[in-house]
Design a protein around this ligand. Structure first.
Ligand code: G4P
Length: 280
C-alpha cells in the first residue's frame, strides 16, 4: 500500500491523529532500521508531545547490526525507549510488553498511589507507509487479542485491542508522511522500497544503490554477482547484466532488467545487510 501525500490529506491525517493521541498514553513509532531517521515523520515529536515514547527499529533483520546499535544508543540518549525488531517474528513480543510497562512506569505508579487498579496502558502504533506497522500489530496482538468494541471518543471505525489486563492498543495504525521534500530522504526511501516505484527511474536508482554499496560495503557487490567492483557504475551495471544474462530480444545487454534485479536483491537483503545512515 503506497500513498501519495498532498496537503489536504496531510491536514486531515494530522487532525485525526491529534484526536487519537489524546486518548493514549504511549506512542509506538515504527521505523525502518535501515533508515532510522529518513523513515520518521518530521512532525511526530510535536504530535506526540507529552506522551510516553517507544521507537521500534523494525526490519532489524535486514539492517547492519553495528549501525542499529548506534541508533539504539542515539534514540535512548534522547529519552525514547527503543527496541530492535523483526516484526514478522513473534518471539520478540514479550519483551515489548515489558518495555511498554517500563516506559509507562511513572503513570502506573501514579495510578497505584491514587488507588486506581487495572487501568490499562493505552497505546497506538504510528509510522510512515511500509515500515511494518500492520505486521507489528498482528504479531503483537496475536490471535488471542479481543477487540473491545467502539468507545466514545475514538475516531469512528476504530477499536481497541485488549492485549491483556495491562495494555490496550488502537487497532489501526496512524499512517504518517515521510519528509519527502528532502531529496536525500526520497532516495533512501526509494532504495528500501518505501516509495511508489512508478515515479522512479529504476536505472538511476540502481546506479545510486551500486554507488552506496561500493562506498559503504565495498566488496559485497563483487561477492554477490561475481563481478569486478569498479568506480565506473555504468561498467559495473554492464558486468552485472552480462553475468546475470540480462539480454533484450534484440540480443543486446538489457540494463533495465539488470537494474530491476539489483534493486530487488538489495531490498531483500540478498546483497548484504545494510544501513544507509548513521546518527550525527
Ligand atoms: P505498514 O503497515 O507499515 O505499511 O507495513 P506492513 O506491515 O504492511 O509491512 C510492509 C512489508 O514489510 C511487508 O512485506 C512485511 O512483511 C515486511 N516487514 C514488516 N516487518 C518486517 C521485518 O521486521 N523484517 C522484514 N524483513 N520484513 C518486514 P510484504 O507484504 O512482502 O510487502 P512488500 O515486501 O512486497 O512491500
Amino acid at each position: 500500500m503506497q500513498f501519495q501525500w498532498y496537503p489536504g490529506h496531510m491536514t486531515k491525517t494530522k487532525r485525526e491523529m491529534q484526536e487519537d493521541i489524546k486518548l493514549i498514553d504511549l506512542v509506538i513509532e515504527v521505523t525502518d532500521a535501515r533508515i532510522p531517521m529518513s523513515s520518521r515523520n518530521p512532525d511526530i515529536d510535536n504530535l506526540a508531545k507529552n506522551k510516553y515514547r517507544l521507537i521500534l527499529l523494525n526490519k532489524a533483520d535486514l539492517a547492519d547490526r553495528k549501525k542499529t546499535s548506534l541508533w539504539n544508543e542515539y534514540y535512548k540518549n534522547k529519552g525514547y525507549y527503543v527496541v530492535e525488531l523483526d516484526a514478522r517474528v513473534n518471539k520478540g513480543m514479550k519483551n515489548i510488553q515489558d518495555v511498554i510497562l517500563s516506559a509507562c512506569s511513572e503513570k502506573i505508579e501514579r495510578d497505584r498511589k491514587r488507588g486506581i487498579k487495572n487501568r490499562p496502558i493505552r497505546a497506538m502504533v504510528v509510522g510512515i507507509p511500509n515500515v511494518g506497522k500492520s505486521t507489528f500489530i498482528n504479531s503483537f496482538a496475536g490471535k488471542a487479542a479481543a477487540k473491545t468494541g467502539n468507545k466514545p471518543g475514538v475516531t469512528k471505525g476504530k477499536q481497541w485491542i485488549r492485549l491483556n489486563k495491562q495494555v490496550e492498543l488502537l487497532d489501526t495504525p496512524g499512517i504518517l508522511w515521510p519528509k519527502f521534500e528532502d531529496q536525500e530522504v526520497g532516495l533512501k526511501l526509494a532504495s528500501v522500497g518505501s516509495m511508489n516505484d512508478e515515479i522512479l527511474n529504476k536505472d538511476e536508482l540502481a546506479v545510486e544503490i551500486l554507488k552506496f554499496l561500493h562506498k559503504e560495503y565495498t566488496g559485497k557487490v563483487a561477492e554477490r554477482f561475481d563481478v569486478e567492483e569498479t568506480d565506473d557504475m555504468t561498467a559495473l551495471l554492464m558486468s552485472i547484466a552480462r553475468v546475470r544474462n540480462c539480454i533484450s530480444k534484440g540480443g543486446e545487454l538489457d540494463y533495465s532488467k539488470a537494474a530491476a534485479l539489483i534493486i530487488d536483491e538489495f531490498r531483500a537483503g540478498k546483497i548484504c545487510k545494510f544501513t544507509m545512515e548513521v546518527p550525527m
